[in-house]
Design a protein. Structure first.
Length: 561
């Protein structure tokens, strides 16, 4: 059957290397991965392997934002991971390259490698170039904020359309330090993606070489039997958290790193993010809170320059190995800083003295929640709750100017189970900014935020409302208090009053009773542990790990390199 697909005798004598491609024709983030795969396969062949490409799914967060389609986004992370596992196990690949682009494909690619634990790496398709509008650079973030300005009467139809037509000029993932670029940095700081290759922009002429080199590297990993478990360690995960904190990265990194750690069987707690972030300054001036985009970071010296700054300050564990065969310290030492660049600050002159991620707990979020403090200096907020049971109701209230300065917008039943799928709220947060309320209201949700979100926005509230978390007990007018220095999120109600309200609470009927959405809602865990779909504890014996041991590959069955 493989002969029928074009393979010949010499192909069968070589290792079979899976090339998992998240190419899709819907959205720029993954649109170019078909072409990139050609170069990856050329590199594998040149290094003595037989590449076998296969596809999996991808959901564009930017396209589905603000719609029912966004429910599919986080769920796709699990589906992508599962599908890569199935094809790899089914064909007993000897090694694996995963090509990734849009937000959920990156953590899914890493999760699949950690789960399978065969030699492999991920390669990011790269960031989109910034668009140009009225003489300045723009990203998709500007479009969503312009929608808010338009609905508030501050932007004409003509200008909004012109901005929409300009913001995304070609292939590549969204340009700021939003979720895709944050997770691409995570993959490099973890060591599971080749530093300097993943961050080459999507349309840069060097991307073809990056693909070819990735194909060569996976063969090196196979020959040396370097598996993901030797790369993705506790120290590597802490390095990745430090990288996110120093660049003002997306809050989604918390969710995804917790999930990656679970697949790698590495203990990680949501509080670890706050502990590490509190020690690491923000040194990268990147959107959404800053001035620059990912292509600017690449031109300034890339992720290696960020790593070098952190390493020099002893904020990185430099002995961790990477898929290039070098340690992260060696990768950082090779950084080439562009003279007079303004994107990456010196450690002693940071944008902020502490990192961009803060974990809050309290009587509204006993398991925790996440706020990104990059791009603003808020430390306290107190105001009356304006409670909405889904994203659409909140968006409509903003459009109709029913949200006032000082309000705390609460959006619940949008968590992993309640959504299901934990929708991102960029449409809502951008509308608040566009309406001129970005600095005068707070937002609280058991859903998620886009990496493009900025302002006083708190997400991942756990337990979620659908599981009877305290957020389900909130009523309009309840006073909500945010205290960043004390890491507290609370409602000014007694514990007795909260419990009294919850005693009469009834869970809403599930939005889906069949299909993938229903299966996900049934199996998904709390956002505080990564919103992963978990095998019931009763399924595994107490003495055995729940993860299934990997199938033997062809090499393990006696084939030689």
């Amino acid at each position: 059957m493989l002969r029928a697909c074009g393979l010949r005798d010499d192909d069968f004598s070589k290792p079979l290397i899976g090339v998992a491609n998240t190419w899709i024709e819907i959205g720029p983030c993954n649109f170019h991965l078909r072409e990139l795969a050609v170069h990856v396969k050329d590199g594998i062949r040149a290094a003595g392997g037989t590449p076998l490409e296969f596809n999996t799914v991808s959901i564009s967060d930017g396209i589905t934002m603000g719609t029912e389609g966004m429910r599919a986004s986080l769920i796709s992370r699990e589906v992508i991971t599962d599908s890569i596992e199935l094809v790899t196990r089914g064909n007993m690949f000897d090694a694996l390259v995963v090509l990734v682009g849009c937000d959920k494909t990156i953590p899914a690619g890493i999760m699949s490698l950690a789960r399978l634990n065969i030699p492999g790496l991920v390669l990011y398709g790269g960031s989109i170039a910034p668009g140009k509008f009225e003489g300045h650079s723009v990203t998709i973030q500007d479009v969503y904020e312009a929608i808010g300005s338009h609905s508030h009467g501050d932007m004409s139809d003509v200008r909004l359309k012109a901005l929409e037509e300009s913001a995304c000029p070609g292939a590549g993932a969204c340009g700021g330090q939003f979720t895709a670029n944050t997770m691409a940095l995570v993959s490099e700081f973890l060591g599971i993606a080749p530093m300097g290759l993943s961050s080459v922009p999507a349309t840069d002429s060097g991307k073809a070489h990056a693909g070819h080199r990735a194909g060569e590297l996976v063969m090196d990993l196979l020959r040396q039997d370097v598996t993901p478990s030797k790369i993705i360690t506790r120290a590597a995960i802490e390095n990745a958290i430090a990288g996110v904190a120093s660049t003002g990265g997306s809050t989604n990194s918390v969710l995804h790193l917790l999930a990656i750690a679970k697949e790698a069987r590495i203990p990680l707690d949501i509080d670890d993010f706050d502990r590490i972030s509190a020690k690491v300054p923000i040194i990268a001036d990147l959107k959404p809170g800053g001035r620059f985009v990912a292509t600017d970071l690449y031109a300034a010296g890339g992720t290696a320059l960020v790593a070098k700054r952190l390493l020099d300050a002893k904020m990185l564990q430099g002995d961790q190995i990477t898929v290039t065969g070098r340690t992260i310290a060696e990768e950082a030492a090779a950084a080439k800083e562009t003279p007079n660049q303004e994107v990456v600050r010196k450690i002693d002159a940071p944008l902020k003295p502490t990192g961009g991620l803060v974990i809050l707990k309290g009587n509204l979020a006993p398991e925790g929640c996440v706020i990104k403090v990059a791009g603003h200096n808020y430390r306290h907020f107190r105001g009356p709750a304006r409670v909405f049971d889904n994203e659409e109701l909140a968006f409509a209230a903003i459009e109709k100017n029913r949200i006032k300065a000082g309000d705390v917008v609460v959006i619940r039943y949008e968590g992993p189970k309640g959504g299901p799928g934990m929708r991102e709220m960029l449409a809502v947060t951008a509308a608040l900014v566009g309406a001129g309320l970005g600095d005068s209201v707070a937002l609280l949700t058991d859903g998620r935020f886009s990496g493009a979100t900025h302002g006083f926005m708190v997400g991942h509230v756990a337990p979620e409302a659908a599981n009877g978390g305290p957020i389900a007990a909130l009523d309009d007018g309840d006073i909500v208090v945010f205290d960043i220095p004390s890491r507290k999120l609370a409602v000014e109600l007694t514990d007795a009053e909260i419990q009294k309200r919850l005693a009469s609470w009834k869970p809403p009927a599930p939005r889906f009773t069949s299909g993938v959405m229903a299966k996900y809602a049934l199996l998904v865990s709390s956002a505080a542990v990564g919103a992963v779909t978990a095998v019931p504890a009763s399924f595994a014996s107490p003495t055995q790990p729940q993860a299934v041991a990997p199938n033997p590959t062809h090499a393990q069955l006696g084939r030689t390199l």
